[in-house]
Design a protein around this ligand. Sequence first.
Ligand SMILES: Cc1cc2nc3c(=O)[nH]c(=O)nc-3n(C[C@H](O)[C@H](O)[C@H](O)COP(=O)(O)OP(=O)(O)OC[C@H]3O[C@@H](n4cnc5c(N)ncnc54)[C@H](O)[C@@H]3O)c2cc1C
Length: 344
Amino acid sequence: MSLPEPRDITIIGGGPTGLFAAFYAGMRGASARIVDSMPELGGQLAALYPEKYIYDVGGLPQVTGRELADRCIEQGLQFGADVRLEEQVQQLIREPDGGFTLTTDHGRYATRAIVIAAGKGAFAPRALECSGYGRLLGRGVTYFVKDPTLYEGKRVLIVGGGDSAVDWALNLKDRTRRLVLIHRREGFRAHAGSMRQLEEAVAAGKMELVTYHEVREIHGDDAVTAVTIYDNRTDADTRVEVDVVLALIGFKPDLGPLVDWGLELERHSVKVDSHMQTNIPGVFAAGDIASYDGKLELIATGFAEACIAVNYAVHHIDPKARVNPGHSTNLKVFKDREDAGSAS
Ligand SMILES: Cc1cc2nc3c(=O)[nH]c(=O)nc-3n(C[C@H](O)[C@H](O)[C@H](O)COP(=O)(O)OP(=O)(O)OC[C@H]3O[C@@H](n4cnc5c(N)ncnc54)[C@H](O)[C@@H]3O)c2cc1C
């Protein structure tokens, strides 16, 4: 089996920090690869709060998590970083030539330097604690919508009370034959505007909303055929015939195997020096995962740390390369692009 092409810098985590690191690597002429355990890029912005407004990112007075994730993806991938999604990084192997091999649950990647931008750890979906969930996962039970067209004409039960559950209910309601949204409480943690749309959809008979209910059992042999939900106030059961169970009850982060790599850790983060260098030469860290005196876990600090980590990683790979990147306004890579634009 041939291995994927080695990269100068492999970035663990495709959140805002990892994406900015990929941009910076490209700007410095270094090849990059991003590995993320999630099915999509964007880190916490996309997974935890896509509809919330962020007000403290420089130059963007008000931006939703989704919009900022999209802008970071556009900027981060412009130099052709290789992206590996739904792969959790497992092992760090130090090679005799000073480089590394990273293993994931699907592959092996050779790299000259590493930027760990793993946030709070790999996001794993929260599982429904009910009979049938594990058995039917991937066979009608899912925790992520990749392609809304797959729900055309289906009977769908969505479980959850946050932005993700409400947004997908609104998005899928006109495609599905039947759509039921259940939540274990009365109150939702979703955007007020989305809640208004949800109430309108329920009033118009486009979907059903059932509060104070949880899933007791998912039925089916090879595919989902029905669920039993129960009223958590009375314990009374109701059977609902469905083809799909969409469990949108959030993700929980887990640092996982990173803790066994011999990195100097401080609680749930990795200690770095002022170059964002960890105690392993060639392994840098940035963003929420990086820890030092005075650390602030913010998107803005993650951007700055990504920039420092990548510039020192470039210098680590080639000691003749300057650490200071210069100003992007003066860089040839962008000048050439401007010239090409004005010529066309
Ligand atoms: C509800 C909420 C609101 C927030 N509001 C704001 C705000 O207004 N302003 C602000 O500045 N900050 C805010 N934050 C914090 C901000 O989202 C984080 O500081 C930021 O996302 C950190 O970015 P990151 O790229 O370092 O990590 P993350 O966004 O956590 O991304 C890390 C990525 O690494 C992946 N990963 C981890 N381990 C592995 C592994 N072993 N293998 C493969 N992939 C892995 C994860 O799946 C994840 O996608 C908020 C956070 C939350 C939860």
